[in-house]
Design a protein around this ligand. Sequence first.
Ligand SMILES: [Zn+2]
Length: 221
Amino acid sequence: MKIIDTHSHIEYISYKVQPDIVGTICCATNENDWDVLLDINDKNVYGAFGIHPWFLENINDGFDIRLSEILEQNKSAMVGEIGLDKYKPDMEKQIYLFIKQIEIAIKYKRPIFIHCVGAWDKIFQILKKYKRNELPIMVAHAFNGSVEIVKNLLANYNIMFSFNRPDDIITNIPDNRILVETDAKSNIVLSDIVDKIAVIKNNKNMSDIIYQNTMRVLNND
Ligand SMILES: [Zn+2]
């Protein structure tokens, strides 16, 4: 099996540990991660740069300029992990940062990795302000939303859904929109996750399909 982990972090470069994983998308959570990611220089590690909604403290002035520069200088750099989390403090600042980073991703046309907990209504409000065709491909990481949210996302956006604990919601998602991720958890064995999805979807080809889906994100189409 050949799998690319679509969501990990710098502390767990999953492809080096799990034999079925051939590449790892590493999402930054704060500005320090950006430097680490830029130094990794490994063709199997794909970097996403952003500020995670849990890490709003100690954001340096000019973070947006720095993020723009990184994207400008690294054509394969993506944007993440960004988003909104209802259970974390300072929603106003979360929204401010999310919008800033979405706008940078739009400007440089890069894939976006979204962390959303209990805040899809707010994210829809924000995304509504942009034209459908100006938003890049988006990945809803560790997706656990409702069927209504799935329908809304599929109807309006170039969206992919990434899973580390697949459940029956997957029956509502087309095969070509499904991705898998460790979320930097060493106890998540991605080949098992792919097998589980293949059973839920009753499709023996899911591992190939998921690999192709990931390549679409990496190729930004
Ligand atoms: Zn994450």
